[in-house]
Structures are given as C-alpha cells and as structure tokens.
Design a protein. Sequence first.
Length: 281
Amino acid sequence: MTTVVVTTRSQILRHTAAFTSSVLSQPELRRRLIATLLRDTPTSDQKHLKLAADTLESAISFSSSALRTSSLSLVEKLLFPLPDFALSSLLLSLAHALRNRPTESATSLLQIFHSNNKPSLARSEIAPALYERLFSPHLFPVFRWFDEQRTNILSSSPSTSSRENDYSVSEEYSVVLPCAKVLSKMSEEQAAKLREVEREYEEVLDENCRVLAEYFKEVLVNENTDAGISPPSLILKSAAEGGGRGNKTEEMTQMSVLENGRYNVMLYIYSLTKYITFIYL
C-alpha cells in the first residue's frame, strides 16, 4: 500500500490558526519573534516596521472593538507599501487573525516561508512547529536524498584496509551511531564533503519550502474543502560532475509511504538530529 501526502484547506487553516493564536496570547513570544525578524530586515525599513508592530500591540491591548479595528486598519496601511519582508508577513497575519480573517491570515503567514529572506529562519526560529506539521510530511524525499548522500560519503572506501574493516554504514548506523564515533572514523575529505552536502541540503529545503508555500496557498484558494489538490514535485539541486556546484535541477516525485511508516520515521528522526553532527565539524 502506497500513499501520497495531500494537504487539505482545513488542515492548513487549523495549523496556521494554532500558530497565530499562540503568538497573540503570549506577549513574550510575540516580542521575541518580532525582534528576531526585525534584525533580519534592512535598517532603512526597521523604523516603519517598528511603528507597525507597536500599532499592532496597541490593537491587541484595546478592549474597544472600534479602537481595535481602527488600529488594525492602520497596521495594514503601514505594511502595504513595504517590500516582502518576513516580519511584514507575520504582522499582517496577526492583524488578519485579530479581524477574524483566517484565510488571509494563513496566506500571509505562509509567506514567511516564501519571503526574500531564507525560509530557514522560519523553519528553525519563527514557526518550527508549523514547519513540522505542514511542510515536513511532504519533504521525506528530500530527507531520503540527504540520507543517501551522507551514507555514500560515510561508506566511501578508506585508504587503509584496517579502517575499511572497521567502518561500515547501514540505515540504522546513520541514525543510531553516536556523532562522536562517526567523526572519529571520518577523514578530512569526508568531513569536507559532508559540510558541502549540508549546505546543499539547506538550500534544497529552502527552495522546496517556497514551492510548498505556493502549493498551500493554492489549496487555500480552493473553497471546496473536500477536494484535494495534488502536491507539487519537489526540487533537487545536484552538484555538477567533477565537483563544484551546478545549476542542474531535478524534479522529485512524492515518496511512497511504507505501510508501517518505519523508514519515514527514521528519516524524520534523522532530519531533526542531523544538525548535532555538523556542530562538531
């Protein structure tokens, strides 16, 4: 039995609403997210964004619906002329949520994964739970690709037979073996290749987050909540022959899910723990 991950409109609205509700109900979290994204915007636009953020805070504090509506309208006017910054998208999403516009709120929130800035910030610091629940289920082919690249590097023949006998790689090895033990058996060449694969992996994730964000927006436009829209093919950037980076792209179809889900679970665990390995490189 094989299946393909299809995300529905109701799922998107549920997960995005959970995120905005959490941010709106936690002032400290809200201030931290705004400060993080503000540091990632040009200095010339920070004053304008701070004013929009302060106006949003005022709207949240108002008990009068008239004052709140007026302040939220001002937030939208302040953000309208600004470029596509992740902070602009977050503030606009929260403003729409306060005005009970779930579809507009979700669309703006998804834009933080498709902004001019790298989606990696949204994945790691701004909305990691949203990334895991909406994006990750579609990205198992990318996780598998990275695991295969990593395994190929670790299983490359060492220069001496003694190391060859002592060093083998299996599916369980790549997930379970402690990072320190892996690194102790790794040559400088292998470490360099792994760092390059890690950089490429982050770029591939960024690109596919943009692709999926557009897919989710398309699903949101579809008012028929029972009708599923097929997910897009994923993008894989591959290195050019002879080393270096190339412009070749390869479309990856959605990976079939094993009935017991074991392989996908292992890849997902690995996707969450892989960063530990590279901290030591």
